[in-house]
Design a protein around this ligand. Structure first.
Ligand code: GLU
Length: 361
């Protein structure tokens, strides 16, 4: 533990700290009674730097979280902060190994009795998948809050500083306990299960279409709505104990004129599960459905989700799921169906049990 005082490095002076998991920095504590928040850093645009002040391109993860904290001195009045680097990547590079490491570090932070809540800085591209993964595997009632930004730290009107401030406020607030993993962005609080990224560039990219927002956070003041609707964290049956790799699950995007080749290729590649990003109500053409049914008969779990972005995929509407051995995704989009299926497959390959997971989480 390095007793570094914040704010100390100049904003965006890009001070370079050694990025090891053990390198946990203590932030300035205004008072011993302040809640203690551990920030797990993974990279993303919130730590991104443009190459010029009008540049459109940027490098994700160029800034340390310590520099981001230094740029928001108001944080010192909210919480005592510790920073632990876990990764420094754009979230398009998030992978199973990093998820397993991040889950372990999140669990360790949550198990630390001195820690009130956990904040995870993360790119927005796959934030919803990481949030849902942690929502299912970390055993804690303490707040786990993912936060990112759509604009790099050097941009005009960067959104990262307020997002970070609000995320720490949520993680430090006892009212956020027991709500599973949350995402804070653009003054909104989202449940991990509900959130999805809907826009390539706008700061209001995140939406929680099915069940709505977890709440709002205005300059650190929380307005929480109803609790999450499905099992999570302390009530989840999924565990990563003894797991060093996750089963391969591929997403197949359906379209007009689809044939069976990509489904066959996924089977050949060793997929233990397939998620169909189906047209409409989780549909695909007859060639593709025949290939999917053959995969299911061979013991590969096949989940029908939808590429529409909303609505429920129910069983046996236009597809005979009972005969084909398919699983209906219920409300989960394809990328979250993949997360749940990967975890489900660590427990069973029985499609009836896997179907129950999709009705429960
Ligand atoms: N592709 C980057 C990422 O997901 C940029 C998106 C962002 O962070 O907003 O990390």
């Amino acid at each position: 533990m390095t007793g570094r005082v914040y704010p100390d490095p100049p904003p965006f002076g890009a001070p370079k700290f050694a990025k090891t998991e053990k390198n946990v920095f203590a932030a300035r504590t205004m008072s011993a009674s302040l809640p203690r928040i551990r920030i797990l850093a993974t990279g993303g645009t919130i730590a991104g730097a443009q190459t010029g002040d009008r540049a459109r391109g940027y490098r994700a993860g160029a800034f340390s979280v310590e520099a981001l904290i230094a740029a928001v001195p108001q944080l010192a009045a909210l919480a005592a902060l510790e920073v632990e680097p876990v990764a420094a990547i754009g979230s398009q590079d998030m992978d199973d190994a990093t998820w397993l490491r991040l889950a372990a570090r999140t669990q360790a932070a949550a198990d630390d009795s001195a820690i009130t809540g956990v904040v995870i800085t993360h790119g927005t591209d796959t934030m919803e998948e990481t949030a849902f993964f942690l929502n299912l595997v970390v055993r804690t009632a303490k707040p786990i809050v993912l936060v990112g930004a759509m604009r790099p730290a050097t941009a005009m009107s960067a959104d990262g500083p307020m997002n970070l401030y609000n995320a720490v406020a949520v993680a430090a607030d006892p009212a956020a306990v027991g709500r599973g993993a949350l995402v804070v962005a653009n003054d909104e609080i989202h449940f991990a299960r509900e959130i999805t990224k809907t826009n390539t560039t706008q700061v209001g990219t995140f939406r929680s279409g099915h069940r709505g927002l977890a709440g709002l956070v205005n300059n650190g003041r929380l307005h929480l709505y109803g609790p999450p609707v499905r099992r999570h964290t302390t009530a989840s049956e999924f565990t990563l104990a003894g797991i060093s790799a996750l089963p391969r699950v591929d997403i197949i995007y359906a379209h007009a004129g689809m044939d069976r080749k990509l489904i066959d290729a996924a089977v050949q590649a060793g997929a233990r599960g397939l998620v169909l990003a189906g047209v409409g109500d989780g549909n695909a053409g007859s060639l593709a459905l025949r290939a999917a049914a053959e995969a299911a008969a061979a013991g590969i779990a096949v989940v029908r989700s939808s590429r529409t972005g909303g609505g429920v995929v129910e069983r046996n509407i236009e597809t005979d799921d009972d005969t084909s051995g398919f699983i209906a995704a219920d409300e989960l989009n394809p990328q979250k169906s993949r997360v749940l299926l990967m975890l489900g497959l660590t427990c069973t390959a029985d499609p009836r049990v896997l179907q129950e997971y999709f009705f429960s989480y």
